[in-house]
Design a protein around this ligand. Structure first.
Ligand code: ADP
Ligand code: MG
Length: 273
């Protein structure tokens, strides 16, 4: 099989979509696991107070665990909260605990409230040697555009948007693109929508293929060829604290996430503008 190349510099991507339940977390953890299984070093930063990404990666994240909350609100070095995923060597997680629910409010009063995550990630990457540095940093966002999501957009160079192949899939997307434009203008001029992934594709319905065609027509350069099927195995895996790649490695869900990750890695990051 084709080797998955290491990017020349770490790629920091925010997985975003202001709709809930579209597959952001599922895409974050499974793409991350697929990249790590291919031999890359990958970090998942969980900034959703629900902590679904931490759960899906089998990472303890009860209230006492050092977490991304301490990093964002209390300047704790990122390296002090990282945990390696038990099933996938090379895959690391900065977990979210329930404390993070208060962070939206606490951040308002803090200096540099929009760029705290960016600083923490950059400082951590600067401490890593070239051999063991992270190749990918994937940030899993909550569905709202609060200060946590703004922190993710400021920390990243790329936005990765999962789109569910369902009716109303495009609803909310123009608002998301508007918000990304606002972030570019005021806070992070290098931010680009680099990648769109169609998820929960149901090959038996015309609806799924119509939505997929419409999204591809709208964003001809950004949509990955690989589509993620709707699959029970994908939705079962998190309750075992696993990604679908270890839960059922030969399932269509696992194979499609491996394929999507390979495609992502073979398309290079957009050139800095
Ligand atoms: P978000 O993070 O955007 O809120 P999730 O990744 O948590 O969305 O997905 C929402 C729900 O859909 C979860 O229960 C998840 O297990 C399920 N799900 C996600 N992707 C698929 C898929 N390809 N097939 C079946 N169920 C899926
Ligand atoms: Mg989520």
């Amino acid at each position: 099989r084709t080797a998955v190349p290491r990017p020349p510099a770490p790629r920091v991507m925010t997985i975003a979509n202001q709709k809930g339940g579209v597959g952001k977390t599922t895409t974050t953890v499974n793409v991350a696991a697929a990249l790590a299984q291919s031999g890359l070093n990958v970090l998942v930063v969980d900034i959703d107070p629900q902590g679904n990404a931490s759960t899906a990666l089998g990472i303890p994240h009860h209230a006492e665990v050092p977490s991304i909350y301490d990093v964002i609100t209390d300047d704790r070095p990122l390296g002090e909260v990282l945990q390696e995923c038990p099933d996938v060597p090379g895959l690391w997680c900065a977990p979210a605990t329930i404390d993070l629910a208060g962070a939206e409010i606490e951040l308002v009063a803090l200096v540099a409230r929009e760029s705290r995550l960016k600083r923490a990630v950059e400082e951590h990457l600067a401490t890593m040697s070239d051999d063991d540095r992270f190749d990918y940093v994937l940030i899993d966002c909550p569905p709202s555009l609060g200060l946590l999501t703004v922190n993710a957009f400021v920390a990243a160079a790329e936005v990765f948007i999962p789109i569910q192949c369902e009716y109303y899939a495009l609803e909310g997307l123009s608002q998301l693109l508007k918000n990304i434009g606002m972030i570019r203008r005021h806070l992070n001029p290098r931010l680009e929508v680099s990648t769109i992934l169609l998820t929960m594709y149901d090959g038996r319905t015309n609806l799924s293929s119509n939505v997929a065609d419409e999204v591809r027509a709208h964003f001809p350069d950004n949509v990955l060829r690989t589509q993620i099927p709707r699959s029970v195995r994908i939705s079962e895996a998190p309750s075992y604290g696993q990604t679908v790649l270890t839960y059922d490695p030969s399932s269509s869900g696992a194979l499609s996430y491996l394929e999507a990750a390979k495609e992502l890695a073979l398309r290079s990051a957009p050139a800095a503008t």
